[in-house]
Design a binder for this molecule. Structure first.
Ligand SMILES: Cc1ncc(C[n+]2csc(CCOP(=O)(O)OP(=O)(O)O)c2C)c(N)n1
Length: 541
């Protein structure tokens, strides 16, 4: 076998689709992957798109995403996507070609290792034709171990060489840290929970698997604590009587009130970032117990009063055993009043004056379309000012069905991630909420990709005719927002020209037609929600 075939064969055994864009260094590998090994290949319109699709696929499937690009500019085009994957901590392997080592004056030669490492992604070099299996195993192992993208750097001159007998490959991952059954930190944690009058159990993405859910529910019931999640763990406890929803700047008023009354937070698999803690304010005056399977996460953003390294479910069960052994009663925080205030809360109608003529209120539109969309959706968001409303009003069945494309705070990553998510959605509908600026930056080219691959995708384009996040800053200073305003083309006909469907909503009267378009769609559907740039609530920071 030649090296390009050996690589293709290993990839075809992994069960993930390969997203990519071909060039000198990877075209024969992709050809062999598809034609000889029957692999599922989805061609993207840009390298950023291919890499982001693999990130979207990885988040929904829980597996390691795979993408491939060629050398030089193909890799530089993927750098923002790699940074996104590193910040959002999504495991994937990007197979990047590299220019032949001997070709000193190759047009596309650039220091690929330096570029990749600067993004926060990992880097594994394909060392020789006989190390294809070992180096690929190491790339996938590193991606899973570190929860980040890893670039597998493949020199182009290897591709037509004989792969030959392969060096032994191992993809062994050390078992997760198991918690100590006794010790000072455990005593401290049990003591803090025993003394708490109003504890909250908080789950982040590192504690959002089904087995975590059951164990955390049991612990919360045992200590009389309401449950909450970070944004990326959202909807883990949906339907529970004492579910506060998101803990942080996106909390509902009754949840915020409960958080203010709490005296203790036990956080599982949560990074405790500035949004979860409101820059630390939400943890002030509360004892913090931090639990994480990854020791480096402990204390990374907030210093805990007690910390346990171990699988969240195991730790929760261990704590229950110790609380039982010590005969500690439940706190009284789970009161009927708290249940009633959580159950009784409904979002109010949009405040303030109505939007200008020809525009629809964003919240009204999102509520109507939420009801028209299937409940078992996968939900993806781009970044921008619209996103606070989208995060608030769109629920999913499980945290894994929520795809976060905002780890690097970049606009324009949502549509490609949605295409990857749709490839993992198993027949369910993928919904993308994006701004008009983000769509023009990174979505337009890949909309055609979504059409080509027949993605079941509904795009809610929150179109305030410009960069809303900047518009509001000009307005706040009494300045002319002209630099943030754009005279975009009408997006519905653009979607149709690219082979999809489009509808335009210029007021509440158009929402039933949009709902009907959702029901009847046969391919990617773009709903252009014309909203008033002066009537969009800010994103809570
Ligand atoms: C790659 C990138 N470029 C620029 C920015 C700065 N930026 C932040 S929000 C925003 C406006 C986005 O506009 P849109 O997608 O229409 O969403 P809106 O804010 O209007 O809701 C811009 C330009 C960014 N975050 N990322």
């Amino acid at each position: 076998m030649k090296v390009h075939e050996a690589i293709a064969e290993v990839l075809s055994r992994r069960g993930a689709p390969l997203f990519g864009l071909i060039g000198d260094a990877n075209l024969f590998m992709v050809d062999a992957y598809v034609r000889r090994f029957d692999g599922r290949y989805l061609a993207a319109a840009s390298e950023a798109g291919a890499t982001l699709m693999a990130l979207g696929w990885a988040q929904v499937s829980g597996g390691v995403g795979m993408a491939t690009v060629t050398h030089g500019p193909a890799l530089t085009n993927a750098l923002t996507a790699l940074a996104e994957g590193a910040k959002a901590r999504v495991p994937m392997v990007l197979l990047a070609g590299d220019t032949p080592v001997a070709a000193r004056d190759h047009l596309q030669d650039i220091d690929q290792r330096a570029l990749v490492l600067a993004t926060g992604a990992g880097f594994v070099q394909l060392r020789a034709p006989e190390t294809v299996e070992a180096d690929l195993a190491e790339a996938f192992r590193a991606a899973r171990r570190d929860w980040r993208p890893v670039v597998m750097n493949m020199p182009a001159e290897f591709m037509w060489q004989e792969a030959g007998p392969q060096e032994a490959a191992t993809e062994y991952l050390a078992p997760g840290a198991s918690v100590a059954a006794e010790g000072e930190q455990l005593d401290n944690a049990v003591g803090i929970l025993a003394a708490a009058r109003a504890p909250i159990v908080l789950a982040g993405r590192g504690a959002s698997a089904p087995e975590h859910r059951a164990a955390l529910r049991a612990l919360a019931a045992r200590i009389g604590a309401p449950l909450a999640t970070t944004l990326r763990g959202r909807n883990l406890f949906r339907g529970e009587a004492f579910d506060l929803g998101v803990f942080g700047t996106l909390s509902t008023p009754p949840a915020a009130e409960a958080i203010a009354r709490a005296d203790c937070v036990i956080a599982f698999g949560a990074s405790l970032n500035r949004f979860t803690t409101a820059q630390g304010a939400l943890l002030r005056g509360k004892r913090l117990v931090q639990v994480d399977a990854h020791a480096p996460e402990i204390g990374r953003r907030r210093a805990p009063d007690a910390a346990l390294v171990g699988d969240p479910a195991e730790v929760a069960r261990l704590l229950i055993r110790w609380l039982d052994a010590a005969g500690i009663p439940a706190s009284g925080f789970r009161s009927d009043d708290l249940a009633a205030s959580l159950a009784g809360w409904r979002p109010g109608p949009p405040g303030g004056p109505p939007p200008r003529a020809g525009a629809v209120d964003l919240r009204t539109a999102l509520h109507a379309l939420d009801a028209a969309l299937p409940a078992d959706r996968v939900f993806v968001t781009d970044a921008g000012r619209f996103v606070g409303e989208a995060w608030r009003w769109f629920d999913v069945g499980h945290p894994r069905d929520f795809v976060y494309a905002c780890g690097f705070g970049a606009i324009g990553l949502g549509l490609p991630e949605a295409i990857g998510a749709a490839a993992a959605a198993g027949g369910r509908t993928t919904v993308l909420a994006t701004g008009d600026g983000g769509f023009m930056l990174g979505g337009l080219g890949e909309f055609a990709t979504a059409v080509r691959h027949g993605a079941d995708l509904v795009i809610l384009l929150c179109n305030d005719g410009g960069y809303g996040a900047e518009h509001v800053q000009f307005r706040d200073r009494g300045m002319d927002p002209g630099a943030a305003l754009f005279d975009w083309p009408d997006f519905a006909p653009v979607a149709a020209a690219l082979g999809g469907e489009g509808v335009t909503v210029r007021g509440p009267q158009d929402l039933p037609a949009a709902a009907e378009a959702i029901r009847r769609r046969r391919g990617p559907l773009l709903i252009d929600l014309k909203i008033d740039p002066d009537r969009v609530p800010p994103v809570p920071r």
